[in-house]
Design a protein around this ligand. Structure first.
Ligand SMILES: Nc1nc2c(ncn2[C@@H]2O[C@H](COP(=O)(O)OP(=O)(O)OP(=O)(O)O)[C@@H](O)[C@H]2O)c(=O)[nH]1
Ligand SMILES: [Mg+2]
Length: 326
């Protein structure tokens, strides 16, 4: 256990102390009993509520293929927001390297400068083994940043194909990123995943091909049938020149306002709350499965002393028990 009780750290985090926020993030990411204590000390989950209104955070997910320029763009967005005296917490979920088992250094290095800006907090977490490329701690960390009072919380995930959307379950606004390159036009179309994002971004606008990609995207969005009355923006950006950064922030704000005015926010809140519940139950389940008793129950099922149904029943009963301290 840390020397400072979770409650005291949470109080300091809520007062804006970045060091305390970082320590709490570490405890949450580590999981286990200390994470449960932190969770219990956080104010009632802010995640499901608000989308910027009434002092609640606007939670944004940004996803796209590896190397598309997401982190570079978020650094520029952070700089822009900081200049405007606004606050932002960025959570970069890195695919875990099978070799090191830790978060890759790239994001941390690329966003180090941004992390020093007033009102900006940057954190990397490893995706661990989750198939959807998300860390089990994502909802907890979003709650933490919400408690710490950040106005925007942006979650960066790497994804291609369907798993680009996993983050949608945790956010109010989904941004999909496409970058020019490999002479390939719009990859999203090929993956059959258009019309799902709220905002589309074409990165590396300073490179040849970027304008073509954004034109193709716009054309596809115009052709596509839309059931909602939100027309997704396509924003061409360059982290190199800063082009489009202001437009992107404006598009995010516009989407937040539309969610509120259209009432769509209610659906998003329910979706986020369901995900938060699911991930907490999964975390508890993992904890029980990995305990001595959990392993024993698994072993007994392997040897045939027990069937899977009774094993599941026992595990479920253990999950309902209060969590002991580590
Ligand atoms: N020319 C140009 N290069 C860029 C731009 N933005 C990013 N890059 C380059 O693209 C590469 C990847 O950038 P990142 O920001 O790390 O991309 P990412 O999508 O966060 O990458 P992962 O998190 O590893 O998936 C780096 O070499 C950047 O320097 C841009 O606006 N213009
Ligand atoms: Mg990145």
């Amino acid at each position: 256990m840390p020397s400072t009780p979770a409650r005291a750290l949470v109080d300091r985090a809520m007062a804006g102390d970045q060091r305390s926020i970082a320590r709490l993030a570490t405890l949450l990411e580590r999981g286990g009993a200390s994470a449960e204590q932190v969770r219990a000390s956080l104010p009632s989950p802010a995640v499901g509520r608000g989308a910027g209104g009434e002092g609640h955070p606007h939670v944004v997910g940004i996803s796209g293929p590896p190397g598309a320029g997401k982190s570079s763009l978020l650094s520029a967005v952070a700089r822009f927001l900081s200049d405007q005296h606004r606050t932002v917490a960025i959570l970069a979920v890195d695919p875990t390297s099978p070799v090191t088992g830790g978060a890759m250094l790239g994001d941390r290095i690329r966003m180090t400068d941004a992390a020093l800006l007033p009102g900006v907090f940057v954190r990397s977490v490893a995706a661990r083994s989750r198939l959807d490329g998300l860390s089990p701690a994502v909802t907890d960390l979003i709650d933490l940043f919400a408690a710490a009072g950040y106005e925007k919380i942006i979650v960066e995930t790497v994804g291609s194909g369907q798993n680009q959307f996993a983050v949608a379950d945790y956010v109010h606004t989904l941004v999909l990123v496409e970058s020019p390159g490999a002479g390939d036009g719009v990859q999203m179309l090929k993956a059959g995943i258009m019309e799902l994002a709220d905002v589309y971004v074409v990165t590396k606008g300073d490179l040849p091909g970027a304008h073509l990609v954004s034109r193709e995207l716009r054309a596809m969005l115009t052709l596509g049938e839309r059931s909602r009355d939100w027309a997704p923006a396509v924003v061409l950006t360059s982290a190199e020149s800063g082009e489009g950064v202001e437009k992107l922030v404006a598009a995010l704000d516009a989407h937040r306002d539309w969610l509120e005015s259209s009432g769509t926010i209610e659906d998003r809140r329910a979706r986020i709350v369901r995900s938060a519940i699911r991930s907490r139950i999964e975390a508890r389940l993992d904890r029980v499965l990995e305990s001595d008793e959990g392993r024993q129950i698994v072993d007994q099922t392997v040897t045939g002393e027990r069937d899977a149904t009774s094993a599941a029943e026992l595990i479920r009963a253990r999950m309902a028990e209060p969590v002991s301290r580590d």
